[in-house]
Design a protein around this ligand. Structure first.
Ligand code: T1G
Length: 710
């Protein structure tokens, strides 16, 4: 066996089991995910040509030395890498090889990785292996023949679903794509070599995917129209999904070569879109959130074998489920057995609902419930490695809990608070171990929302921070490290959202207009609908705790407070800013609310006027961005992309805008700065109080820089 190493593709000559044939094995080895960087593309072409020229070689195999086949094109090259030779050129060499080329998928193949396999003449893998074309999640579409080859092998409907959704599919569900599907990875290579022998023995002409005819029975007449209808709800505001449909349509309507050209045109249309920039920004932002400067490779990580949760209410129960889902035992603590029983029963109900939807088996429900025990005694927590309190949001209550925990928990146990606004430094002062105190701010529902704000205090040790960040990944959360301030990052930035909505209603805006503009901007719902869903009394509670902060301009609170005083606390009461029919969540505008707004405005001397869509967006989104700039200046968030991750995962900010800070970079910080100055100067006292641009925003705007340049 001779092995010729080149940059990122190994070359090895191996024999088939009967030693009758020689196989040239091309091993991709470009850690961590075998991205098809230039070195891989050059290596593949070089070794393909060498294997084709080597008369002793009968078959060529392309596979991987990594634990996956390939994660696709190198996304980091999109912003200006050297794309020559581009991937379609490589696939052309593969498909036109005179010798059979067999793709041996030893692990997942995504995007261009699957496209490499599709351009081979044969494909071998194992049943549970996953493959997919997730380019749509990056705001683009498969740009190396995937939209033309996959429909030919998997059928049009299956291909359309994979390309428009971006979801991976198990190989066993793609019989038309794979020639051999073995049960387990262990027998993959030997089976693949045996298959190579068979291919050579048959001596047939190599089978090119581009020559496979589309099976039109897999493209029912209404298929594309149905998909387009679905986009309106599932892909509202996205740019790429429609173009994915057009590309697959081309595979049915055009010959292969023309279909490839059409795919290329649509690919470039997507690549040039601001949505693609935003979604590719977000791909790296999500991963960069785990790269923090607060610890390094040498910092130890504590083992989290068991967890205590204080409070078995909605939040405590949801938090506990995350750990049970990850196989980590949980001891739940409530001072009253009844509350404990109620909490555990609610968890069971949640799991049984998942089982009814087919997401869990009955056995899995029991396995998870078996990991959840409870006690009414703090002593039960003496040996846990991490405790998370989710008790009433009041400082004195939290400090009492931490004092008790400090007395019973073993040395080295991490004490975490789930508080969403309180000062965790102050909570930690109730213990003798402030270096072991941290915030773990879960978002409700805690067992569903992926975002976790990990809140470090001024005393939290690097070891505890690193342990918390690693633990978050284990319970399938996207963790963002933030500092201590009121509302940390997410809730601090959302404050302006409700404030400006209320203020604009005073100034003549209507809830339904304001909500529609923000919904059309891409948020899951507008501020008034959100307030009614969450409960207007929650908003009043937060305003009450912020009286000090907002005393200088309470105008925007008066209307909201009056509604709460009238019992209009939202959906749960059948009336809030909107009215609700029993059992129906559809908000119904209520003229009496506008009357009340008019009256409060008159009392305050606030002139009423029509408010434009643009002003609504600027006054609700720009203060959020401005607060983000202050947060960056104060070091509460380490980088602007962390803020984007918090807003997309925690508040439903549209990923096709990349998050509030990416959106600001896209429209230009000068645009944001100038608008902030305009409202500061034109909205009287209210403008002066709330629209003063952050110094960092001013500086970057003047320098023509972006938040991403920090
Ligand atoms: N390009 C560049 N870097 C990538 C990458 C990629 N395709 N995939 C991952 N990385 C980096 C990632 O940023 C992280 O870096 C590290 O690798 C580990 O990633 C022509 C144009 C493959 C399932 O969309 O889904 O092909 O943070 O933490 O959890 O049609 O990575 O360590 O510095 O995610 O084991 C299409 C994207 C590309 C797949 C592995 N492919 N990747 O998950 O590791 S476009 C994708 C993933 C394309 C063609 C088109 C996942 C993974 P760092 P990770 P993981």
């Amino acid at each position: 066996m001779s092995q010729v190493e080149t940059q990122a593709v190994g070359y090895e000559l191996i024999e088939t089991p009967s030693a009758n044939n020689k196989v040239a094995a091309l091993w991709m080895q470009n850690p961590p995910v075998n991205a098809l960087s230039k070195s891989v593309r050059v290596g593949l072409i070089e070794h393909l040509n060498a294997a084709i020229a080597d008369e002793s070689v009968d078959v060529i195999v392309i596979s991987s030395k990594q634990n996956l086949f390939s994660g696709g094109a190198d996304i980091s090259e999109f912003s200006g890498g050297d794309l020559e030779p581009n991937l379609p050129v490589v696939l052309d060499v593969i498909e036109n090889s005179p010798k059979p080329v067999v793709a041996v998928l030893n692990g997942p193949a995504f995007g261009g990785g699957l496209e490499v396999a599709l351009s081979c003449h044969y494909r071998v893998t194992f049943a549970s292996n996953k493959v997919g074309l997730p380019e749509v999640n990056l705001g683009i579409l498969p740009g190396a023949g995937g939209t033309q080859r996959l429909p030919r092998l998997a059928g049009v409907q299956q291909a359309l679903d994979m390309i428009v959704s971006g979801r991976p599919v198990a190989a066993k569900k793609l019989p038309g794509v794979f020639d051999v599907v073995v049960d387990s990875p262990e027998t993959l290579l030997s089976s693949a070599l045996a298959f190579c022998e068979k291919v050579v023995a048959e001596g047939s002409k190599v089978r090119k995917t581009c020559d496979v005819q589309i099976d039109v029975s897999t493209a029912p007449k209404e298929l594309f129209a149905q998909y387009r209808k679905g986009l309106a709800t599932q892909a509202r505001g996205f740019f790429a999904p429609e173009r994915c449909i057009q590309a697959v349509e081309a595979s049915v309507e055009l010959p292969f070569a023309e279909g490839l050209v059409r795919e290329g045109e649509l690919f470039m249309e997507c690549m040039r879109s601001k949505e693609a920039r935003a979604q590719q920004h977000f791909f790296f932002a999500e991963r960069a959130a785990s790269h923090v400067k607060d610890f390094d490779k040498e910092t130890p990580v504590r083992d989290i074998k068991t967890v205590g949760i204080i409070g078995a209410g909605t939040m405590g129960g949801g938090i506990a489920m995350n750990f049970a889902n990850a196989g980590i035992p949980v001891i739940m603590l409530e001072l009253k057995q009844e509350a404990l029983d109620k909490g555990l029963a609610l968890i069971r109900k949640n799991y049984e609902n998942s089982a009814k939807k087919g997401k869990l088996t009955a056995e899995q429900v029991e396995d998870r419930m078996a990991l959840l025990t409870g006690s009414t005694e703090y002593a039960a927590l003496s040996d846990v490695d991490l405790v998370i309190e989710a008790v009433f949001e009041k400082m004195s209550v939290k400090q009492e809990v931490f004092k008790a925990l400090d007395a019973v928990c073993k040395p080295g146990a991490i004490l975490a608070s789930n508080t969403s606004t309180l000062d965790i430094d102050e909570i930690g002062e109730a213990t003798k171990r402030p270096e072991d105190v941290i915030g773990l701010h879960f978002f409700s529902p805690a067992n569903v929302m992926k975002l976790l704000e990990v809140v470090k205090t001024s005393k939290t040790s690097p070891e505890v921070i690193k342990t918390a960040m690693k633990m978050a990944k284990k319970i399938n959360k996207v963790a963002v490290l933030v500092g201590v301030c009121f509302g940390f990052v997410g809730n601090r930035m959302i404050e302006g959202y409700g404030r400006e909505a209320n203020r604009m209603m005073l100034e003549g805006g209507t809830p339904e207009h304001i909500d529609k503009v923000i919904y059309d901007f891409g948020l899951p719902m507008g501020p008034f609908t959100m307030g009614d869903m969450a409960g207007q009394d929650i908003g009043a509670f937060v305003r009450e705790s912020r009286r000090e902060f907002i005393k200088h301009d309470p105008t925007y609170c008066i209307l909201a407070d009056k509604l709460v005083e009238q019992g209009r606390v939202g959906l749960k009461a059948g009336k809030g800013v909107y009215l609700y029919e029993a059992g129906n969540r559809k908000p119904i505008p209520d003229p009496s609310v506008l009357e009340l707004a008019k009256q409060v405005a008159a009392d305050l001397g606030v002139a009423q006027r029509d408010i434009s869509d643009q002003e609504i967006i600027e006054r609700i989104i720009f203060p959020m961005i401005n607060e983000g700039a202050l947060i960056l200046e104060e070091g509460i968030a380490a980088k602007s992309s962390d803020i984007d991750v918090i807003y997309v995962y925690g508040y439903g900010f549209p990923v096709y805008r990349g998050g509030p800070m990416q959106y600001a970079d896209e429209i230009g910080l000068k645009t944001v700065y100038d608008a902030m100055c305009k409202y500061r100067d034109e909205l009287g006292e209210h403008g002066k109080n709330w629209f003063e641009p952050a110094p960092l925003l001013k500086k970057l705007a003047e320098q023509g820089k972006r938040f991403a340049d920090l």
